[in-house]
Design a protein around this ligand. Structure first.
Ligand code: PBG
Length: 334
């Protein structure tokens, strides 16, 4: 006997039944909190386009890490804002570099907190590109060419120095071809066979990184990143990027940014079995914060929907500047 229509509302009637049929659950173990470390002492400087996010010197970082641990967030992603930058990003692979020092301190004091090291040169180069640049003039303007293979050697050095400092996971974000292969080989040769690589496999050349570049003072001084980061128009290319990273030995795949790329998250999820990470980037954070500060949106509601959206699209983990907030809200709901 066929029914005249379906009563979907039966399963929405009460909080208890809604909870019972809920398909996607947020858990604190899904979240990764980015942390920006800088030079000096007693520095805790708010990033103007990212309210609630700070540049910390190594001493003030300690309280931030304590807070993250107390909330039960399992992992941090470390970025650095160094005092000196040069053309080859020496600070990225210096033994006493900021990421290395922060990592050593965290692992000595909170051995169970996972430290993920972002492996890139752009925060450490004076030109702001993610690799070694050969600049030449073309029709009156300067063209920057990032040399792929020369950059790989420095990225391997960076990853190995981060592993030496105690990083649990290496997360290369530079978008050079072959970076997973090169870094895997380098880590293995240095005795770090068990350190996984979380590859920024699918990273678009995106305007959504604007506030991060303010935070890390890493905006390219000339040219742009379109010759190494992906064209926002492409999704089949994302599958080729992911495929080569898997073949080269990636342990986890990332899609970045997230909000405008939910279809890409879904496509990668459907085609690959590796753990999948969504990076909810700085511009996505800034938009929500700005609207919330104006009283135009309900921040908690909007952020929760975004996080559910990333997981529904296929993400297993989320890197977000909202991690501490979300985990606090989850705790309140219990
Ligand atoms: C380094 C890196 C960037 C981000 C993460 N790693 C900047 C960039 O590629 O310009 C952006 C993160 C964000 O916007 O939150 N390459």
């Amino acid at each position: 006997m066929s029914q005249p229509f379906s009563r979907h509302r039966r399963l929405r009637k009460t909080p208890a039944i809604r909870s019972m049929v809920r398909e996607t659950i947020l858990h604190k173990s899904d979240f990764i909190q980015p942390v920006f470390v800088t030079y000096g002492t007693n520095v805790k400087e708010e990033i103007s386009s990212m309210p609630g996010v700070y540049n910390f010197s190594l001493d003030t970082m300690q309280a931030e890490i304590q807070e993250i641990v107390d909330l039960g967030i399992p992992a941090v992603l470390i970025f650095a804002v160094p005092e000196v930058k040069d053309s080859v990003g020496t600070g990225a692979y210096a033994q006493d570099g900021l990421v290395q020092q922060a990592t050593r301190w965290i692992k000595a004091n909170y051995p169970n907190l996972l430290v993920i090291a972002d492996t890139c040169l752009c925060e450490f180069t004076d030109h702001g590109h993610c690799g070694v640049v050969h600049a030449h003039e073309c029709d009156g303007h300067i063209e920057a060419e990032v040399d792929n293979d020369e950059s790989l050697a420095l990225l391997v050095k960076t990853a190995v120095s981060q592993a030496e400092a105690g990083a649990d996971i290496i997360a290369p974000s530079n978008m050079m071809d072959g970076f997973v292969y090169a870094i895997r080989e380098g880590l293995d040769a240095a005795g770090y066979k068990d350190i996984p690589i979380m590859s920024y496999a699918v990273k678009y050349a995106s305007a959504f990184y604007g506030p991060f570049r303010e935070a890390a003072q890493s905006a390219p001084q000339f040219g742009d990143r379109k010759s190494y980061q992906m064209d926002p128009a492409n999704v089949r290319e994302a599958l080729r990027e992911a495929e080569s990273d898997v073949a080269e030995g990636a342990d986890m795949l990332m899609v970045k940014p997230s909000l405008a790329y939910m279809d890409v998250l879904r496509a990668v999820r459907e085609n690959f079995d590796l753990p999948l990470v969504a990076y909810n980037v700085s511009g996505e954070y800034a938009m929500v914060k700005a609207a919330a500060q104006n009283g135009w949106i309900n921040e908690r509601g909007i952020v929760t929907e975004m996080m559910l959206g990333f997981k529904r699209a296929g993400a297993d983990m989320i890197i977000t500047y909202f991690s501490k907030d979300v985990v606090r809200w989850l705790r309140e709901e219990q």
